[in-house]
Ligand binder design. Structure first.
Ligand code: CA
Length: 540
């Protein structure tokens, strides 16, 4: 669909440049019309940030204090229920850029999907309308970024220390801790940007992704705290589908030497390694001597995991503070929408897990904080069902641009203004595909409402339905699908998931949606088949 605003603006720019007079920006155009300059957009993005680790949310464990993220909640809006549509990294990123489900943007999984950068994205539309656009940090969509005046990204998953990066196509080496570097580069870009234009900055952290390597300054930050355990740390998955119990993402079975820090983070300098070892070595020796098994072993892993994961989040929080300070000191805060969110949630021991993927609450829900001075009431809380699917339309709306009809979300601008439209969604469609590696989470789709979830595990060796009731069972430990008391609810949810499948226009997924491994592939066997390009790729 042609965007009227964009077309008019493009014409104005072309005329101005042709006449050799000056370069027109939307700000100047709208200023002439006596309208304010369109807001800047700062999109602060994390990888695998659990809402449980953000103190503005929390889950009762008081895991971490995040004063800088909390500042966004105090000065803006906290969304209680921002859900993803396919809970892994690449697919969420593709959905954010396009405002479309995986089956429409073509990026289903992290195993063999490649983002088609020729398709419509919101950064392209903002760029065409005169915004300066930058993508800095973790990109993770295989193809090169498009729609950005400047990009400076980690290749693939990237490294936590001394990361090689790619700046507009050229390899650049950096020294230091990646979370700090991504913020340094973001501030550098803000300093040097074309200040006559409004801007979109997407500042995207690698942290706190596995293997959760904290900054050296945060080793030991928690003084060897023993963490409160989640209620479901020792979930036995009884009464649930085989799809749930037969996972490969448990603290009891999947925790590697890198996860446990029995091996150091890759790419440390000798000086960094010495500091790393000073913290981990004595603790690892004590662990070896203790010879833990069973639940004690799981508890040790849980506490090691919390130190490392939360340490990574601590660095992100400090860097959120640095960026907010920069906006303050440069008089940018008042006309800038700041969003803080994550590509999905993450398990911090719930159900005995780390990782994500499932339709269950901890992984399907992203933290979402939004500060928009003069528009969004400070300290407000929104309880509507919103989604990463809504961001593209939101940012176009914020910029005053038309929204293409083929986008599948909905602008959050009315919500940010404190008004929920009467016809706001009451349910959201979800579909996860990637199987069997990594983590052996079987493909499933379903519908999510305020209270219920209906889930269908359908491939390759299961055909199970589950019905969750978060009001009766907030930790999602049982299915009410076969409970006669739920017959009406079950029928309604079946009708709703079918309605949504029609609405989002999803048919039978292609085989490649699930990745390129055989469904019976066993990663413990030697010589696994290579992927299409013949090179090993991190798929987490
Ligand atoms: Ca992720």
């Amino acid at each position: 669909m042609m965007c009227r605003t964009r077309a008019l603006h493009g014409l104005a720019v072309a005329l101005a440049v042709f006449c050799g007079l000056f370069v027109v920006t939307p700000g100047e155009l709208t200023a002439a019309d006596d309208k304010p300059r369109p807001p800047n957009i700062v999109f602060l993005f994390c990888d695998d940030l659990a809402y449980q680790a953000v103190s503005a949310y929390g889950d009762g464990r008081k895991l971490l204090d995040t004063p800088n993220m909390d500042r966004l909640a105090k000065e803006g809006m906290l969304f209680e229920r921002c859900l993803v549509t396919n809970s892994i990294c690449g697919p969420s990123r593709a959905t954010i850029l396009t405002g479309k489900y995986s089956h429409k943007n073509g990026f289903y999984n992290n195993t063999n999907s490649r983002f088609d950068g020729s398709q419509q994205t919101f950064p392209k539309l903002l760029q065409a309308a005169g915004y300066s656009t930058a993508m800095i940090g973790k990109w993770h969509l295989v193809s090169d970024p498009t729609g950005f005046d400047y990009w400076h990204i980690l290749p693939g998953q990237g490294l936590y220390y001394n990361p090689p990066m790619i700046k507009n196509g050229e390899k650049v080496d950096h020294q230091g801790y990646t979370t700090d570097i991504i913020t340094d580069l973001s501030i550098e870009w803000l300093e040097g940007r074309d200040k006559s234009k409004p801007f979109l900055l997407m500042s995207q952290h690698k942290a706190p992704h596995r293997e959760w390597s904290p900054a050296l300054r945060h080793l030991g930050w928690d003084n060897d705290r023993v963490y409160p355990e989640p209620a479901t740390l020792f979930d036995d998955y009884s009464g649930r589908s085989k799809a749930v119990s037969d996972h490969d993402m448990g603290l009891d079975r999947t925790f590697t030497d890198l996860d446990a820090k029995f091996r150091p983070a890759p790419n440390l300098t000798p000086e960094q390694l010495a500091e790393w070892n000073k913290y981990y070595e004595p603790r690892n020796e004590a662990f070896q001597k203790a010879n833990l098994t069973g639940r004690d072993l799981v508890r040790w892993r849980y506490n090691r995991y919390m130190h490392d994961y939360l340490g990574c989040v601590k660095a992100v929080d400090e860097n959120v503070g640095r960026l907010l300070d920069y906006l303050d000191k440069n008089d940018l805060a008042d006309n800038t929408l700041v969003i803080l969110t994550s590509d999905q949630g993450f398990y911090l021991g719930e159900h005995g897990w780390f990782d994500k993927r499932w339709i269950f609450e901890e992984s399907v829900r992203s933290p979402l904080l939004a500060r928009w001075p003069g528009v969004t009431k400070p300290g407000s809380v929104n309880n509507n069902l919103v989604s990463l699917l809504d961001f593209a339309e939101t940012f176009l709306d914020v910029a005053g641009l038309d929204v293409p009809a083929d986008m599948q979300g909905r602008s959050l601008v009315p919500l940010l203004k404190g008004n929920t439209p009467e016809d706001w969604r009451k349910s959201l469609y979800y579909h996860y595909y990637e199987y069997p590696v990594p983590h052996r989470v079987r493909p499933h789709y379903g519908v999510i409402t305020d209270r219920y979830k209906l889930i269908h595990y359908y491939k390759p060796d299961v055909d199970d339905w589950e019905l969750l009731d978060r009001e009766k069972d907030p930790h999602e430990t049982k299915s009410f699908y076969n409970d006669p008391a739920y017959a009406d609810v079950r029928q309604e949810l079946h009708a709703e998931v079918e309605r949504l499948r029609t609405e989002v226009d999803e048919g039978e997924p292609p085989r490649e949606a699930y990745g390129n491994r055989p469904f019976d592939f066993d990663p413990s066997q030697p010589n696994p088949p290579a992927n299409k390009k013949g090179k090993k790729k991190s798929t987490d």
